[in-house]
Design a protein around this ligand. Structure first.
Ligand SMILES: [Zn+2]
Length: 459
């Protein structure tokens, strides 16, 4: 085990000792009650008769987000935590340990959702953190250092279109002003787009604490999250020990052509921005596939929007991903070349392309000490479960396909993640589901990882 993690962030010099935290049992029904109780704020998209059979529509900093933030404060305070809020609205609930001065070990995730989101993405991680603290409080267990839960603002990037923007500011990867001035994707009823700062102020969550790892450091960050993919379920395993994350990049693409009459403009005289955009999207798919990566367009808009007029401007988002930085660069370069050619030659008389980079997130390698703590905990938790997997191994190492706040915290403190089984791998969907048993197993692994890490802390 290295003294420092792969990313050079100092850890606790290896998690070697066998610790027994089996007496601390996560309360599955209490955990599930809290998950669903918090989901009363922003519940949407009913798909079944049970009260819990809805998805979520809780965009960052909207009224439901304010309500669940108030709820989070109440729940954390009831466990004996002190809750502080920073200038990005990130919420830190901390339970004191023996050493009250050292930075806390935090369990973090997010309470905002996609517009057609589910009840587990982010929500499970925050609730798992609270449940861990409840178990510690029930047992009057004093951790070596402070331990807490953080609710990161706007992780989804669904309303304010930079993913994990608030943990990014905390990590000093994104400037505060950029984040504050970020306008929402869709305008409000009055046709105006609000900025993050306006909305933070409006709902009362523009905190005074600086959003910075320097003035508000974290000793280590652990995040339980649903896998959001089908692998654990398909292999009949229970837990993912996440060692890192895929590299990915996002762009706003703008294609400009010319709006002319659909009946009177022959193909040779057209600058068809829509046709061009369509070909570019298909091309990105081809290039990504060729390299074993992924390419996605999730938003596409056009102007002016008339049946018998070509679009003069088409905007779309492009998201490309790969496990390795080098291959991602190749995919990007090949798309650049191919796009230029398509715009010039294949969109009739030619269109212009503008690439506006939104996110550049390199491949992430989590900290060896945190990974070791999760492995040890997963070993202990899985020992008591029925051996469903063919090879008997109930946990496996995984690379996260999605971005997470943990990818930013990892730059500033030892970090790792735990994955829980996701039914059919479906996420960002109202029917997203993680069974109560799997929610509890994941939370139990989180608890064991945090306590193992805490036990090794030296002040
Ligand atoms: Zn999430």
């Amino acid at each position: 085990m290295a003294v420092n993690g792969l990313n050079g962030v100092n850890g606790v010099n290896g998690i070697h000792t066998k610790s027994d935290f089996s007496a601390f049992k996560v309360n599955q029904s209490r955990l599930m009650e809290h998950i669903h109780d918090g989901c009363q704020f922003g519940a949407a998209h009913r798909y079944g008769d049970d009260p819990t059979e809805t998805g979520m529509d809780r965009l960052s900093l909207n009224d439901s987000d304010k309500q669940v933030r108030d709820w989070f404060t109440k729940k954390a305070t009831a466990i004996g935590c002190k809750v502080t809020v920073d200038e990005m609205g990130n919420m830190f609930a901390v339970r004191e340990g023996k050493n009250k001065d050292a930075p806390p070990v935090m369990m973090g995730s997010h309470l905002d959702t996609q517009p057609t989101g589910g009840r587990y993405d982010g929500i499970l991680g925050v609730n798992a953190g609270l449940e861990v603290l409840r178990v510690l409080a029930d047992n009057n267990y004093e951790t070596e250092g402070n331990v807490g839960v953080v609710n990161w603002t706007n992780e989804e990037g669904a309303r304010f279109p930079i993913f994990a923007v608030a943990s990014g500011v905390w990590a000093d990867v994104l400037p505060l002003e950029t984040a504050w001035n970020l306008a929402e994707v869709s305008a409000g009823e009055d046709g105006r787009k609000r900025t993050m700062k306006e909305e933070l102020t409006r709902i009362g969550y523009l905190g005074e604490q600086k959003a910075s790892y320097r003035s508000n450091p974290i000793a280590a960050h652990f995040e339980l999250h649903i896998e959001q993919g089908p692998i654990l379920e398909a292999e009949k395993r229970r837990v993912g020990v996440v060692t890192g994350g895929q590299a990915f990049k996002w762009w706003d693409m703008t294609i400009r052509g010319r709006d002319t009459h659909a009946g009177t403009t022959p193909f040779f005289a057209r600058k068809d921005a829509m046709l061009c955009a369509a070909k570019l999207i298909v091309e990105s798919n081809r290039v990504a596939k060729k390299h074993g990566g992924l390419a996605t367009t999730g938003i596409l808009t056009q102007e002016p929007g008339s049946i018998n007029t070509m679009a003069h401007t088409v905007k779309f988002t492009l998201d490309i991903r790969h496990n390795e930085d080098e291959v991602l660069k190749k995919i990007e370069a090949e798309c650049q070349d191919a796009f230029a050619k398509i715009a010039k030659e294949d969109s009739e008389a030619g269109c212009s392309i503008e690439w506006k980079e939104l996110v550049d997130s390199p491949a992430v390698h989590f900290h060896a000490d945190c990974i070791a703590a999760v492995e040890a905990s997963a070993d202990a938790v899985c020992a008591d479960l029925p051996k469903t997997a063919e090879d008997g191994k109930l946990w496996k190492h995984m690379i996260s396909g999605a971005g997470h706040d943990s990818c930013y915290t990892n730059r500033r403190c030892p970090t790792s993640m735990v994955f829980a089984v996701t039914k059919e791998g479906v996420s960002h969907n109202p029917e997203e589901y993680c069974s109560p048993e799997d929610c509890a197993v994941g939370t139990q692994v989180l608890l064991g990882a945090v306590l193992r890490y805490d036990k090794q802390r030296k002040f």
